[in-house]
Design a protein around this ligand. Structure first.
Ligand code: SF4
Length: 355
């Protein structure tokens, strides 16, 4: 299970604080590609050891700002062997610009899943978010991806923006469902202090959506996606049966993974985590080892984000009985406990009660 971080974007979205830089020159991008190829070569042993889950994921940033030749160099250097899932995150604008040739090039590299950041199909919302694409671009990109033969497509949506009305969200979701994606990820807007939105908020120029508004919009998504036959398998993720993301699901079950590139995290599947520094070239790694209590907390936090839940043995008996009684937890066959969907919106408080 390998993650490759591509730290370039065409422009910055208002809410984002991921590690990324504007990809201004080919020279800067080439230096990054050289460094990540060197890291992949140096960490071949770890890559081999993490192959119990056979996935490769290019995330960012925006991997689709890289030309196919750069992506190909990285794929060769990673040398991941046979893969069950190879996902690339894309921006609609890059797909429109690259056209069928770019998408076919991705498929030739072995990509079999594409995750596209649509976020909204309302022009006003897209402009406010400072997304690079407009709604027409997203429609065109989706059609191009399908036309080129991408059979496993995920789209991202954002909700919980104070000026986003339920009607506008409803229109976006309806149209996205008409497109027929295999997977939908929906994230509530968070105000990251270092983002442009965080600065607006700090000077009182953005008033966050109320909990009631966010909860209603989350409920709308749950309802619409369930009615369309999607399985809500993780707090923020819905899939058509059999199309659940293998890579992300493995994170939630704490499988080992290798993260390559600036800011990428790695995990040995037991207690050791490491993370690369956030610098475009010459990044270095730091690490920590989690003790038993920290590992248990992590198993609870990750497990309760999913519809598979977590083993009852991990949880404090008294709190479990109380939360089962109030309907904030449900018992599953096989000794597992989960948070029911109608309580996922308040999962942070439930989890805090259990760890
Ligand atoms: S949200 Fe994605 S595309 Fe926008 S700035 Fe962040 S990483 Fe780049």
């Amino acid at each position: 299970m390998i993650y490759v971080h591509v730290p370039f974007c065409g422009s910055f979205c208002i809410y984002c604080d991921f590690y990324s830089e504007i990809a201004r020159s080919a020279g800067v991008r080439d230096r990054y590609v050289n460094d990540i190829c060197a890291e992949a070569t140096r960490r071949q042993e770890e890559i081999r050891r993490s192959s119990a889950v056979r996935t490769l994921y290019f995330g960012g940033g925006t991997p689709s700002v890289l030309p196919l030749s750069s992506l190909e160099r990285i794929v060769r250097a990673v040398d991941a062997g046979p893969l069950d899932e190879f996902t690339v995150e894309v921006n609609p604008e890059d797909i429109v610009q690259g056209g069928l040739d770019y998408v076919r090039g991705l498929l030739d590299l072995g990509v079999n899943r594409v995750s596209m950041g649509v976020q909204s199909l309302d022009e006003g919302m897209l402009r406010w978010m400072k997304r690079r694409h407009d709604a027409a671009g997203a429609r065109r990109a989706f059609r191009l991806l399908r036309q080129a033969g991408v059979e496993n497509l995920s789209v991202d949506v954002i909700f919980g923006i104070s000026q986003l009305t339920d009607e506008v969200l409803e229109r976006t979701v309806s149209e996205l469902l008409d497109w027929g994606p295999e997977h939908v990820s929906a994230y509530q807007l968070t105000i990251e202090p270092k983002s442009a939105l965080g600065q607006l908020y700090a000077r009182g120029a953005y008033v966050p959506a109320s909990d009631g508004q966010c909860s209603a919009q989350y409920g709308l998504l749950c309802e619409r996606l369930a009615a369309a036959g999607f399985r809500h398998y993780e707090i923020s993720n819905w899939a058509r049966p059999g199309r659940e993301a293998i890579h992300n699901s493995a994170y939630w079950s704490r499988a080992a993974y290798v993260g390559l590139g600036p800011g990428a995290h790695s995990f040995d599947g037991q207690g050791r985590r490491s993370w690369n520094s956030q610098t475009l070239s010459g990044w270095t790694a730091e690490s920590e080892t989690l003790d038993d209590a920290a590992q248990r907390t992590e198993r609870i936090m990750l497990g309760l984000r999913t519809d598979r839940g977590v083993g009852r043995v991990e949880l404090p008996a008294g709190a479990v009985e109380r939360l089962l009684g109030s309907g904030a937890l449900t018992e599953l066959p096989g000794g597992f406990i989960r948070i029911p969907e109608d309580h996922w919106f308040v999962s942070d408080a439930i989890i805090a009660d259990l760890v």
